[in-house]
Design a protein around this ligand. Structure first.
Ligand SMILES: Cc1cc2nc3c(=O)[nH]c(=O)nc-3n(C[C@H](O)[C@H](O)[C@H](O)COP(=O)(O)OP(=O)(O)OC[C@H]3O[C@@H](n4cnc5c(N)ncnc54)[C@H](O)[C@@H]3O)c2cc1C
Length: 511
């Protein structure tokens, strides 16, 4: 049986980062991926003369070579060197305010100063609360950096002195903090726009998770790779190979093997068994515990935790290759959030069923990268987020009809809300439902965001209790369902952090 220091299951963002870190640490590492290309959500596909980005709208925590964000720093260390484009604005949102009357059309820029100025222009009197919000973001970010620098073993006294607001507000929800800051309601409505990227309504969304994401986007900008996410993930795969890593593509891990002390001893795959004491698994924990481990090795606490957590957002995407340029069509924005209402609780509720869901985010890649598709064309995607597993209620015989009807509804709503016409110019159209994500990436219910990031379950408790989060000896989870939640940057961060933890454990074992 071939033997490795570590085996990484899955070549999504989290798995690739974990594999690179292990190889960079000098460990004999095997990366197993069930598809013939890496990336999971972070990939691309071709239809006709168009290359479509599967998921990415924009990545945060990237920054420039001179002023890199944390995620870029990790990838730089692995030797990744690919061209990027910066997205000029933070986001545009067009919707109706939570009062049910006021029309919102706001475009927020990228630096803190400009962001605060624009918010004050849109909602006079909100300046202080928005500035306070970014100051909190700075404190929270510094607290995170400190926690990482001491490997989670924080000194309570130091924390109290330097990060008092972090300790006080870290477990609050977004709306609770906004109310405490006395942020005007209309400003709250605009600032809540990012809930769509985190998949939890602002009454339940972890403030820590929200402010971290906002701070990173505003301070380091939003970025996309020149040639889709495929360039990022095949690039990381090459980094792994160049550091001596071994890759088995078209290979599925089917079972985790344990010895009599309930410690990992290997993996069973469709290409044979492999021996290892350390597995970094880029899959959802619930799925692995339920289907790939014998029940006696899974602690009861993990079963309870798995039941207590809620699967996060499930995506429906309409990918369109249009035979007109973005300028000709009148599309000037890169990202536009187009929810029915800025009331996130209402949107969350209506996002539960196919009949009621109307939320969407539009992305037009050519606005930032004119060479994204052939001259005179552009690529637009419309993404809608489902808050429950309603696609499981669709009869297989009705599936094609249901997804086509929902895609048509999204396109119609987009044309109405954004005021452009795209239907006559569709040259290529593809649809991905939560079931497409479920089948392709192998995530339960197609929940590509992992578990909901709530006040009681977010990156703070997950990171501070990393030991209890992964109680099965030799088995750790990386990716969207892991310590920092969803997003390219968080998945990469989790892979890197947990691989570093594994390297430290190996060092102890060797000593
Ligand atoms: C439509 C959409 C839009 C998004 N937009 C953004 C965005 O703009 N910005 C952002 O930061 N994030 C975005 N995200 C979220 C982001 O894509 C994910 O959070 C992140 O990529 C998840 O990475 P992961 O490490 O969990 O890997 P995953 O993407 O879940 O990949 C897991 C990998 O493991 C493989 N695998 C699974 N089971 C096995 C097995 N048994 N054996 C072998 N291999 C296996 C899969 O094939 C896959 O390659 C979006 C997601 C979606 C769906």
């Amino acid at each position: 049986m071939p033997k490795y220091d570590a085996v990484v299951i899955g070549a999504g963002n989290g798995g690739l980062a974990a594999a690179c870190r292990m190889a960079k640490g000098g460990k004999k590492t095997l990366l197993i991926e069930r598809h013939n290309m890496p990336g999971g959500c972070a990939s691309s596909f071709r239809r006709g003369r168009f290359e479509f980005e599967t998921a990415l709208h924009e990545i945060c925590e990237w920054g420039t070579k001179e002023n890199p964000g944390g995620c870029r720093r990790i990838c730089d260390e692995f030797g990744l060197d690919i061209p990027w484009h910066m997205v000029p604005d933070n986001f545009r949102v067009i919707t109706t305010a939570s009062d049910g009357r006021t029309h919102i059309d706001a475009t927020l820029p990228c630096t803190v100063k400009e962001f605060v100025n624009e918010m004050e222009r849109l909602v006079p009197g909100c300046r202080k609360s928005i500035q306070d919000l970014f100051d909190l973001g700075t404190e929270f970010h510094a607290a995170g950096d400190y926690s990482l620098s001491v490997a989670g073993k924080t000194d309570p006294k130091y924390m109290q002195e330097h990060f008092p607001n972090f300790l006080r507000l870290g477990s609050y929800t977004v709306n609770r903090v906004f109310r405490a800051m006395k942020m005007p309601k209309l400003a709250q409505d605009i600032m809540n726009t990012y809930w769509g990227y985190l998949g939890v309504d602002a009454d339940h969304l972890s403030f820590l998770q929200y402010v971290n994401m906002l701070w990173l986007y505003v301070n380091h900008g939003a970025w996309i790779p020149d040639k889709t996410s495929n360039e990022l993930t095949t690039g990381l795969l090459e980094c792994f190979r160049s550091m001596g890593g071994e890759v088995w593509m078209n290979c599925t891990a089917t079972e985790i093997l344990f010895d009599e002390s309930k410690t990992v001893r290997g993996v069973k795959t469709t290409c044979g068994e492999v021996e290892t004491k350390h597995i970094l698994c880029n899959m959802n924990q619930n799925m692995v515990y339920a289907t790939m481990c014998p029940p006696e090795v899974v602690p009861e606490r993990m079963v309870k935790l798995g039941n207590a957590r809620t699967y996060s957002a499930r995506m429906f995407v309409v990918y369109m290759g249009l035979d007109r340029s973005a300028e000709e069509l009148g599309i000037r924005d890169y990202t536009v959030f187009l929810p029915t209402s800025a009331d996130t609780a209402k949107e969350y509720e209506s996002g539960k069923t196919i009949a009621t869901n109307c939320n969407q985010v539009m992305v037009c890649y050519n606005v930032v990268n004119p060479g994204f598709s052939p001259e005179g064309t552009c690529v637009v995607s419309l993404t809608s987020t489902f808050m429950d597993d309603d696609w499981a209620n669709v009869d297989p015989d009705d599936y094609v009809e249901t997804k086509t009807a929902f895609a048509e509804k999204l396109i119609k709503l987009f044309e109405e809300r954004y005021g452009v016409t795209v239907t006559p110019y569709i040259e290529e159209l593809e649809i991905a439902t939560p079931w497409t994500m479920c089948n392709y990436v192998n995530v339960p219910q197609g929940a590509a965001y992992g578990f909901e990031l709530k006040d009681w379950d977010n990156m703070m408790p997950r990171m501070m209790m990393m030991g209890t989060e992964f109680p099965v000896k030799g088995l750790k989870f990386v990716g969207a369902a892991s310590i920092r939640g969803d997003g390219y940057n968080s998945a990469i961060f989790s892979g890197d952090t947990l691989a570093k933890k594994t390297l430290a454990e190996m060092k102890e074992e060797e000593a």
